[in-house]
Structures are given as structure tokens and as C-alpha cells.
Design a protein around this ligand. Sequence first.
Ligand code: FES
Ligand code: FES
Length: 154
Amino acid sequence: MIKVTLNINDFDRTLLVEPDENLLYTLRERLLLTGTKKGCDQASCGTCTVLMDKKPILSCITPTLRCEGKSIHTIESVAKNGKLHPIQDQLVKHGGLQCGFCTPGFVMTSIEFLEENKNPTESEIKEALSGNLCRCTGYKKIIEAVKAASEDMK
Ligand code: FES
Ligand code: FES
């Protein structure tokens, strides 16, 4: 086991991890931050997306040891004081989630995207979310929700 210090959701956390452990396992099994979901576990579905230094990464293929000293944000950090983030709020309003398994990944990807692009077109949203898969919604409502959230965030 190797000692590592990560900044998770604005708190420093020092813990022992296996040399080959991935960040998804560390978040879910050691820190009990189970909002980040394990889907394919091989970089294909996007449901394990978290932000590292504000950029989306796939935690299932990110070695935890490579996150030493990095700032990690997970879905648990997104709602503030019981108030949903505009992306979460619009996903609810638009029915952009059904089982919800993919939703944390979509939210984390969208947060960074809307920070970079304040006035996205539909095709830009589709492109930005192309690495996130959803088996329930057909995507249309998710795309509409992200567009609506971009208006709320102006
Ligand atoms: S669980 Fe990481 S991309 Fe699917
Ligand atoms: S809401 Fe079920 S996978 Fe997206």
C-alpha cells in the first residue's frame, strides 16, 4: 500500500491505496463517494466522469497515484447548501434522467463544458456529451436540459 494525498471536494484526504488502484475504486470503496458510477470500467461509457483540476476525466482509467496533489471534484460537490446546480435542476425539469445511472457523468462533463462555452449550439452540446452514454432517455431531453442550463448560468 502507498500513501497518497488528494484534494477531494475541497478537502485534503490522505489514504493508503494499492499501486495499481484506479480513482473510481478509491472514490467509491475507500471514500464511500458512491455518486460516481461504475459502468463499463473500460473508458467507454462516461458514467465515472469526475473533474480533475476542473477538467473531466474518466476515473475508471485514472490511476489514483497519478492524482497526488490534484483537485478532484465529484457529483457530491455539485449541489450547494441543498440547492441543485442549474444543470441538475434542468435535467429534472426536462425529464433528462430516468434510472439516473448515467446522470453524474453527464453533469460533470456538462459543468466543464458550460464553463468553457456560455452559449452552446445543439451540435456543440452533442459533441461535448458524445463520450457519455445513456440507455434510457434518447439524449434529446439531456441536450435540451444542458441548453436551458446554459441560459440559467449566464
Ligand atoms: S466506467 Fe469509466 S468510462 Fe465507463
Ligand atoms: S437515465 Fe438511465 S442510463 Fe441514462
